[in-house]
Design a binder for this molecule. Structure first.
Ligand code: AMP
Length: 503
């Protein structure tokens, strides 16, 4: 009966005969079966339609992570709507921009924000959903019965996810039913997910990683998820002996490594640890293997493209690389209109069924980045070795141009990270009166280690051309990161903006 709706029918297929099996288990509430998940999604769909949602309408959602929020996602797609999740950290003025841009029919928010959101929601209906899965939306859904999903095809929109907007305005990436379905199916097969898997789900669900990679892949496989409200070391360690897979950002792994209870024994039932959304340090990869016996599988993707590359499931998972293009996805590395040779750096472009439909109401931006022949310019700098492994070198906009020379931050960061006593580093370009930009290194020492900028400077002097050497080295206790574990280089650039100013 779900056949008419392209994505829902596919998300449902693996569990159609498993109604009474658990989809989600939780630390502190009764589990939810596949049957209950989809029945709840139907009730949410019916409630949304009763609120006036018609095919193509946006449903904007800024709520905590609950299973009801997953039912809301599925229900929106069932209703033919376009799911539009928003980071819970966004302030009301930030939300106002998204609501103005996306003009949703319904806005779902936490009850504590309902009043403020109602003021900026225009003609949209505002309903609530709290961190316990309760609110006026839940009440409205409870009164509904079954719902036959609205017919939607492969190319219809299923979701709009706003990019983090590190340069200028945040853009709404439009994702079709097939963008999501094809990628989940590819990942399920590539990473060998089945209905015997138990996935620890500790990622936020307002982002592509937790919403699509983790949730959709589990549904496509008919796998169980241990559904955690967020990263919680205790809960992850507790779940691990019974689980088979974890998807995380690099900080999950570095934080778990700090706990002595992470052992080979505890990870004995696990078959797969996946990392993405930000670069995993080679050191973390190695420590993880030494401690648990598992090699973390690193993959690469972005909001606009879903997942594009992955280290192999079988075969060598190479630390510091993001592996190969996924089956059905093409990748090329370009410099001034030409593919670069192996080992050379250029801008990564990808093409395939994973690539989005364009930016919501931004045809010019779309045309700049999504070329007519389907190649999407990711804005990530990358290189590929002779065996085909791709390494992400950083964002193009993070490239430092000093005195006319290009400096790739990753090259300098890797050397610094290899120095004794260094935990991690970030290299940025800071305005400089003579050089345009100057290379600045922000370095985090390992806990308890005394490092001096002078020692780092001396070590780098032997290894790097003069123009690549940092003009200043700042020692800090931690780097600013967003919820997905990405180092916020923009924030760092702002902190050190005046470092070389003369006034
Ligand atoms: P988002 O759209 O928030 O998912 O961010 C996508 C960006 O995260 C990419 O364009 C990359 O810059 C970065 N990213 C994702 N995965 C990786 C990875 N495995 N290694 C390095 N950078 C990554």
């Amino acid at each position: 009966m779900y056949d008419a709706n392209y994505l829902i029918s596919r998300l449902h297929a693996a569990s159609a005969d498993q109604q009474t099996r658990n989809f989600a288990t939780f630390p502190a509430r009764a589990s939810v079966t596949f049957g209950e998940l989809f029945a709840g999604a139907e009730r949410h769909a019916a409630a949304l339609v009763a609120m006036g949602v018609q095919p193509g309408d946006r449903v904007a959602v800024q709520v905590e992570k609950t299973i009801e929020a997953i039912q809301l996602y599925l229900g929106t797609v069932m209703a033919g709507g376009v799911f539009l999740p928003l980071n819970t950290a966004y302030t009301t003025p930030e939300v106002a921009y998204f609501l103005g841009d996306a003009t949703p029919r319904v806005v779902v928010c936490d009850p504590t924000r309902a009043e403020a959101i109602a003021e900026i929601a225009g003609s949209a209906s505002v309903v609530t959903l709290d961190r316990l899965g309760k609110g006026s939306l839940t009440d409205a859904a409870a009164g509904q019965g079954g719902f036959a999903p609205v017919p939607r095809g492969a190319d219809d929109l299923a979701a709009i996810l706003y990019t983090s907007g590190t340069t200028g305005r945040s853009k709404g990436a439009m994702l079709s039913h097939d963008n999501l379905a094809s990628n989940s199916q590819t990942l399920r097969d590539y990473w060998q997910f089945t209905d015997r898997d138990v996935l620890i789900h500790a990622l936020p669900i307002f982002h592509t990683h937790g919403l699509f990679v983790a949730t959709n892949v589990a549904l496509f496989a008919g796998a169980e998820v241990v559904f955690l409200a967020g990263f919680d070391k205790e809960q992850i360690l507790e779940a691990m002996p019974r689980a088979t897979a974890l998807m995380g950002v690099p900080t999950f792994y570095t934080r778990l490594l700090q706990d002595a209870r992470l052992t080979r024994d505890r990870a004995a039932n696990m078959r797969l640890f996946i990392s993405g959304s930000a670069p995993l340090l080679v050191d973390t990869h190695e420590q993880w293997q030494a401690r648990t016996g598992h090699r973390i599988l690193e993959r690469y993707g972005m909001t606009e493209t879903n997942m594009s590359t992955s280290n192999p499931y079988e075969g060598e998972r190479r630390a510091g690389t993001v592996g190969f293009p996924l089956p059905g996805v093409e990748a090329r590395i370009m410099d001034q209109g030409r593919p670069v040779s192996p080992g050379e750096t250029g801008v990564l472009e990808v093409r395939g069924p994973n690539v989005f439909q364009g930016y919501w109401q931004m045809p010019e931006k779309t045309a700049e980045e999504l070329q007519a022949d389907g190649w999407f310019i990711t804005g990530d700098l990358a290189c590929q070795d002779t065996e085909g492994y791709i390494t992400i070198v950083g964002r193009q906009k993070d490239l430092v141009i000093t005195g006319g020379f290009n400096v790739y931050p990753k090259e300098v960061e890797s050397l610094i990270d290899d120095l004794p006593g260094v935990l991690e580093s970030a290299v940025i370009g800071v305005p400089h009166p003579d050089f345009g930009e100057a290379v600045v290194a922000v370095v985090v020492p390992q806990v308890g280690v005394e490092l001096s900028a002078e020692d780092i400077r001396n070590a780098l002097a032997e290894q790097l051309a003069k123009f690549k050497q940092p003009k200043q080295i700042k020692l800090v206790t931690e780097l600013p990161r967003n919820t997905m574990g990405k180092v916020q280089k923009k924030a760092l650039r702002e902190s050190y903006l005046g470092l070389f100013s003369q006034g």
